[in-house]
Design a binder for this molecule. Structure first.
Ligand code: RIB
Ligand code: CA
Length: 306
């Protein structure tokens, strides 16, 4: 079976790095482009991190620098989670590679329109680049297979009690993407908080080889929970869904994005209105994950031969 063509829109970010590393090394995915956005840390750093990662992995995947600020709000990075560089914990050699000259939005448009097959967008940062892509080049929409996004949730946030980080940082962009008419599959905190890696799992990754050791070194500096309490490697769950949909359950649900007020950035799912036929289900929401299968899956992914 031909590998599935994907583009990552990403803010590496230690969990982004884990997701990208797995995807790049799996023969069932064809990573065509890494487009970066400012979110976990500033876009200059997320772009450098994407270059560091692809150089370390020995792959020539193009990296294109995207938007540094959300559409309307001020960016609130979180170096306290990923470190000041955005990928603290591993001493990568100096980077030789350069990003594309083109802005990420232009690079995505060209990649999508020139591809024979439809492309899946894997959005694991804010949705700023994607919203601008759709506004500037709406013709790309019919060339996109699906948007698989880590963001939002069905019960509470991680940035405040209500909103998840990726949506919180650019709710206006997320609203444009969720209402774009392009099929969106949402992996929110309701599942990514259930996919936890513990110390012995992380040590199994460390023992798997050079690449696993690099990821383990990053995870030792990742502050979204701790190894003994269970690491939440949110973005890796989006790749798990692409490669092993059997580990998940989904449901079409009506999801709206709150864009103003104290709850801005909340993904609001109006179950009752759907039951009454008052709202259309517009988003495929991932509702369940087989957490034990996920842990086994991620360890096996790092045991792949280089
Ligand atoms: O809420 C988790 C998400 O926000 C992940 O994508 C993480 O990398 C941060 O971007
Ligand atoms: Ca991310």
């Amino acid at each position: 079976m031909k590998p599935r063509p994907i583009i990552f829109d990403t803010d590496p970010g230690i969990d982004d790095a884990t997701a990208i590393t797995i995807a790049v090394r799996n023969p069932n995915l064809d990573v065509r482009l890494l487009s970066t956005v400012g979110a976990n840390v500033e876009v200059e750093k997320t772009t450098l991190n994407a270059l560091k990662l692809t150089e370390f992995l020995g792959v020539e995947i193009p990296v294109a620098k995207g938007c540094g600020e959300p559409l309307m709000r001020k960016l609130r990075p979180c170096p306290e989670i990923h470190g000041i560089t955005g990928m603290d914990g591993y001493d990568f050699p100096p980077v030789k590679r350069k990003p594309l000259e083109k802005h990420a939005v232009e690079a995505m448009r060209n990649m999508i329109m020139e591809s024979e097959e439809k492309i899946t967008l894997v959005v694991i940062g804010t949705h700023t680049n994607i919203a601008i892509l759709f506004k500037m080049y709406p013709e790309v929409k019919e060339r996109i297979e699906e948007i698989v996004t880590m963001g939002g949730g069905l019960a509470g946030g991680n940035t405040n009690s209500s909103a998840e980080f990726n949506i919180y940082n650019d709710p206006h962009a997320a609203a444009i993407v969720f209402n774009s008419g392009v099929p969106v599959t949402m992996l929110g905190l309701n599942v990514t908080n259930e996919a936890r890696l513990y110390r012995d799992d992380a040590e199994a990754i460390d023992a798997s080889g050079r690449v696993g050791h690099m990821i383990y070194s990053l995870l030792n500096h990742y502050r979204d929970a701790f190894m003994d309490g269970g690491l939440r490697i949110h973005d890796s769950v989006a790749v798990a869904y692409l490669l092993r949909p059997d580990m998940f359950k989904t449901q079409m649900l009506p999801v709206e994005i709150a864009t103003e007020g104290p709850a801005a950035g909340t993904t609001v799912c109006d179950f009752r209105a759907m039951q009454r036929g008052e709202k259309e289900a517009n988003i495929k929401v991932v509702t369940e994950i087989d957490s034990a299968a996920y842990v086994q899956w991620i360890i096996e992914e790092f045991r792949r031969e280089d």
